[in-house]
Design a protein around this ligand. Structure first.
Ligand SMILES: *Cc1c(COP(=O)(O)O)cnc(C)c1O
Length: 363
């Protein structure tokens, strides 16, 4: 891995090395045009090609059905938490929200500015250490939509093999696990993801919306930048888009196709990587995992030692092994190893090796 660190950052996170290398070239001169990728008109034919390929590859990777629209928007997942209720929560209706972590909390707070919100389940009492069971969940009647976070980046919990059992249109915030595994589109009205975890640079959104659901958004009433219908009609370039972000996401999609072929293969690789760490955690009395085993995330592994002093020592000494950005979020403490698609298996092995030697010395 040459001069690169084992970067466990939760986001902006590690990118695939071939993508960075390609971008280094294309920033200088792309398609032999004598121009760099950031220097192309967003209405010119070279950017047309970048956008077309990015969407086509995005569809191929995700096996997105034809009746879903792919939008590349700005403002991150945070702007989606406002745009969604502005567009899909009409007066007099209620939206159901799962309260499973910090990003869910923020989505709820934002939605409340625009309409009526019902929290259908909350795991706050257990410091968000699990995904709510159907028995813990209580949907409202005839909700306008149901919003949930598929992977809770900070607490390291993830929905596995089941979906919220709602009859309302389902919206998933997939910011930290988009394209880490296959997606069953029949369950969703809409999914969205900030790019900076698994898909590219920050500030960028990938939103995938069912046509019938999109048609229920108001048209021409909101600020144009916040209007899904305008963005869809203008191919995500109502204004000057972040052309570099769209380019870079396109490169990440190409990398997934070349390196893995399918999301089943990506999932297999991610499962293998996460299990290296979880198997070790399960057999150790020294470390404590944050999430309950059946809710554990394959993307973010949150764990800690027995004391904050040992956590601090762990973070300090692990840096000597080229392990960076592994400090946990302030709300969980301890450590968090974010091991998105681009994170190499070798880095997980290095981490486990260090965990063993640290336990031996301090246990
Ligand atoms: C990172 C993250 C967000 C926030 O994304 P921004 O790009 O900062 O708006 C929202 N939801 C989840 C699940 C995240 O991981």
């Amino acid at each position: 891995m040459s001069d690169r660190a084992y970067n466990f950052s939760a986001g902006p996170a590690i990118l695939p090395e071939p993508v960075i290398q390609q971008a280094q070239k294309d920033i200088w001169n792309i398609f032999d045009t004598g121009m760099g990728v950031c220097e192309l008109s967003h209405r010119g034919k070279h950017y047309d090609r970048i956008l077309e390929e990015a969407e086509a590859d995005c569809r191929e990777v995700g096996r997105i059905p034809d009746n879903f629209r792919v939008l590349f928007l700005q403002g991150g997942a945070t702007l989606q938490t406002a745009m969604i209720p502005m567009s899909f929560l009409p007066a007099g209706r209620t939206a159901d929200y799962f309260h499973t972590g910090k990003w869910a909390t923020e989505a709820i707070a934002e939605a409340r500015k625009f309409g009526k919100v019902h929290v259908c389940a909350s795991t706050e009492k257990g410091v968000f250490n699990h995904i709510p069971s159907p028995a813990e969940t209580n949907f409202s009647e005839n909700a306008a939509y149901c919003h949930y976070v598929t992977n809770n980046t900070i607490y390291g919990t993830q929905w596995h093999n089941r979906y919220p059992d709602t009859s309302a249109p389902l919206i998933g915030d997939m910011s930290s696990d988009m394209y880490s595994r296959p997606i069953d589109w029949s369950k969703y009205a809409m999914v969205y993801a900030s790019a900076q975890k698994n898909l590219g640079p920050s500030g960028q959104i990938l939103a995938v919306i069912n046509d019938d659901f999109l048609a229920t958004a108001p048209e021409g009433k909101l600020a144009a930048m916040l209007d899904y219908q305008v963005q869809a009609k203008k191919q995500s370039r109502f204004n000057t888009p972040n052309t570099f972000a769209v380019y870079l996401m396109g490169q990440v999609f190409k990398w997934i196709l070349k390196e893995f072929g399918t999301l089943e293969e990506v999932d297999r690789y991610n499962t293998e990587k996460a299990n290296l760490i979880y198997d070790y955690l399960d057999n150790s009395d020294f470390y404590v995992g944050h999430a309950e085993p059946e809710s554990r995330s394959l993307m973010n592994v949150a764990f800690r030692c027995q004391t904050p002093e040992l956590d601090a020592l762990f973070i300090k000494q692990s840096a000597e092994h080229n392990i960076t950005t592994i400090k946990g979020h302030r709300s969980t403490g301890g450590m968090r190893a974010s091991i998105y698609n681009a994170f190499p298996r070798e880095g997980c092995e290095v981490l486990v090796k260090f965990m063993k030697s640290f336990e031996r010395e301090n246990g």
